[in-house]
Design a protein around this ligand. Structure first.
Ligand code: F6R
Length: 262
């Protein structure tokens, strides 16, 4: 099972996760990091940018790979994951833009795009640390329920639930949310040497309970992390609220059964 850490708030989660990346980059300046979009990791990127600045860490040789991209959405659209990663990660942290990759969602080359991305990740030496959010339906990347646990980067159809969840990024207009995406597969994600999955809020509690304490099943793609040797799940109390083994997990704040300073 994944290690579970329950934190006081998102700021504490951000500090923890950013420190994992910063420590890696200091040890290995050519580190390869896996990036997620969505709202969950935003504070991590802010914390990493602050730490990189404060400690003057050289990040110019770090390579990065985003998990996914919408298919058919112009790369320069503000909600393309290319733009989101560039604006929220590459620029603020100071990564070298040419070393930070997103899958190519261009329709003209979409048939080869999955294999091209897999080859690029492989030739980089593989991802050292991958950050993940989780969908309310248990997806990781855009591997919706039913995705093969051995899947590699490929085109997927977004579920109605995910499109509704993401409509908030498109002026609340479901019609603007693309139908398809290209996403790293669950097999691709499991190849990362270390994985950090973050989740906040009560609306993630069911997905987290299924992922952490349910059976390993393609119907909860995040449950595949139970197969990974070095996966950590960082939660606030609301996202952790439906876990049964709460007393066994690590807490980062006082008066909790498994309190530990992390
Ligand atoms: C993003 C991604 C998705 C999100 C998930 C949670 O690249 O692959 O799996 O991590 O949909 O989204 P938020 O963080 O917006 O709740």
């Amino acid at each position: 099972m994944a290690e579970v850490i329950i934190v006081k708030d998102q700021a504490q989660a951000a500090t923890l996760a950013a420190n994992v990346f910063a420590t890696l980059i200091k040890r290995k300046p050519t580190a390869v990091i896996g990036l997620a979009t969505g709202s969950t990791p935003l504070k991590v990127y802010e914390a990493l940018a602050a730490q990189v600045k404060a400690e003057q860490i050289d990040v110019s040789n770090v390579r990065g790979f985003a998990l996914d991209e919408y298919v058919g959405l112009d790369k320069n659209h503000p909600e393309s994951y290319y733009s989101v990663i560039n604006n929220n990660v590459t620029v603020p942290v100071g990564f070298t833009p040419g070393l930070i990759n997103t899958p190519n969602g261009d329709l003209a080359t979409i048939e080869q795009a999955g294999e091209v991305y897999e080859t690029l990740i492989r030739s980089s030496g593989g991802i050292d640390v991958q950050i993940l959010g989780i969908g309310t339906d248990g997806h990781i990347g855009f591997n919706e329920p039913g995705s093969s646990l051995a899947s590699r980067t490929r085109i997927k159809t977004l579920t109605q639930q995910t499109r509704q969840d993401n409509a908030r990024f498109f002026d609340g207009d479901l019609n603007q949310v693309p139908m398809h995406c290209i996403t790293q597969g669950i097999g691709t994600i499991l190849d990362a040497r270390q994985i950090l999955l973050l989740a906040f809020g009560e609306n993630k509690a069911d997905a987290i309970a299924a992922a952490v304490e349910g059976g390993v099943s393609s119907f909860c793609p995040a449950s595949a992390l139970q197969l990974h040797p070095h996966a950590t799940v960082i939660l606030d109390e609301a996202a952790a609220s439906k876990l049964k083994l709460k007393d066994y997990y690590t807490y980062t704040f006082d008066n909790k059964p498994g309190w530990q300073s992390v």
